[in-house]
Design a binder for this molecule. Structure first.
Ligand SMILES: Cc1ncc(COP(=O)(O)O)c(C=O)c1O
Length: 399
């Protein structure tokens, strides 16, 4: 193939400053690689003056503006959608952004939403601080309520949020029963499906209308990006969400999308390794004298374990355990501080094991685990080394 590198068909002479902006170089065509190119850009070029439009739906209008997605962003969106088997996916700059966009797109003043007590903390804070300020009503429900949620549905209930397992306390929800009650009353079911990475729980087959994930966690997989996804089951929900993304201006970075596309390629092997280590660590903890309860969905001690067996096809690497009732707070803190391989920090789903101690003493309507609950994120370290680390931390915190 000829390599035409410079100055073909130069129509008009140019100052070097103009050449910096309007170059005539051409590079060979036909490069084929295994990687999706990273298309960055705010401006998108139109073929002529009449073609200019600010339409956000790039599937209908073609590319119009970087905010609505470049080919890199849309490839990630389509690939998440393919895995979740939804209608369309929108990529957002983080999981929390996906949560707020869903609320702002699907609720209005006077509407009512039901939110599980076990929802991710900032999701709850958004409901309390923003939704209520804008005149929406919020009621919290016990995550294990199942079909009894029908009792809490009001004529103005528009959205029922679910997250399964719940954040930190890990309750598995009866999503089909909740969806049946919701749909009978004309309400939508939205699920935070981050824990299952969108693959171990088939949300749309279980009656969910809208899912979101923090791609920051397992899809990214290396603790080096923030992204979210919203997947919808039909075109009218896509229109509602797409229009709000445009107006909120929530653009995801194509560079982060490129990293997420790379992360997707190893998602299966990472989840398999992380999931089997996490289960082994959970079983080991269940036998420790210092531990009262292990909250891992694959163990019978986890609330809703039988629903996990019925509805999920696997378990990932985040779970919690509760120390015995006589373990004081400073000993829990000393245990976490004594860990060497497990690091202390938020945002799970990466390759590094993490530990965070939580204090539930001040939460009404949450299980009475007080200061005794520790959440672990299992990474890709050798499992025996993780067990040795936990063992030495129990010993160090005993004295
Ligand atoms: C269950 C769950 N949903 C949503 C989020 C928010 O994701 P992000 O950190 O990408 O905003 C998190 C983050 O910790 C999470 O744990």
């Amino acid at each position: 193939m000829p390599i035409a590198v410079c100055c073909d068909n130069v129509a008009m002479p140019k100052h070097w400053k103009t050449k910096l902006i309007h170059s005539d170089v051409r590079v060979p065509e036909g490069y084929r690689s295994l990687t999706t190119p990273t298309y960055r850009g705010s401006t998108v070029l139109f073929p002529d003056a009449a073609a200019v439009t600010d339409a956000w739906d790039q599937y209908e209008a073609g590319y119009t503006y970087g905010l609505y997605g470049s080919p890199t962003t849309l490839e990630l969106a389509e690939r998440i959608c393919e895995l979740e088997e939804g209608h369309r996916t929108i990529i957002t700059p983080g999981g929390q952004c996906a949560i707020s966009m869903i609320n702002l797109a699907l609720l209005k003043s006077g509407d009512h939403t039901l939110v599980p007590e076990s929802i991710y903390g900032p999701n709850r804070k958004f409901a309390n601080d923003v939704l209520r300020r804008f005149g929406a009503q919020v009621t919290y429900y016990q995550p294990t309520i199942g079909g009894d949620i029908a009792r809490l549905i009001q004529p103005n209930t528009r959205l029922i949020w679910c997250e399964s397992p719940g954040s930190i306390t890990m309750e598995i929800q009866d999503i089909p029963a909740i969806a049946e009650a919701a749909h009978k009353a004309g309400a939508l079911v939205v699920m935070d499906n981050t824990w299952s990475a969108g693959v171990y729980f088939d949300a749309f087959a279980h009656g969910v209308d809208v899912t979101m994930q923090a791609l920051t966690k397992y899809v990214g997989g290396h603790s080096d990006l923030l992204l979210g996804s919203i997947t919808v089951k039909d075109a009218s929900l896509y229109r509602a969400l797409g229009a709000v993304q445009q107006l909120l201006g929530c653009a995801a970075s194509p560079d982060d999308c490129s990293l997420a596309l790379r992360g997707m390629k190893t998602l299966a092997v990472r989840l398999e390794a992380i999931g089997s280590s996490a289960l082994a660590v959970a079983r080991w903890l269940a036998d420790r004298p210092e531990v009262e309860l292990v909250l891992h969905p694959a163990l019978e001690t986890c609330p809703g374990h039988e629903l996990w067996q019925r509805d999920f096809s696997g378990a990932t690497g985040v779970f919690a355990f509760v120390m015995q009732k006589d373990v004081p707070k400073d000993r829990v803190m000393k245990f976490v501080n004594s860990l060497k391989l497990f690091k202390i920090g938020y945002s799970w789903g990466g390759v590094t094991s993490l530990a965070v101690a939580y204090n539930f003493s001040y939460y009404k309507n949450r299980p009475s685990y007080q200061h005794r609950i520790v959440r672990l994120n299992i990474g890709l370290e050798a499992m025996d080394d993780l067990l040795a680390d936990l063992q030495q931390a129990f010993q160090a915190s005993a004295g």
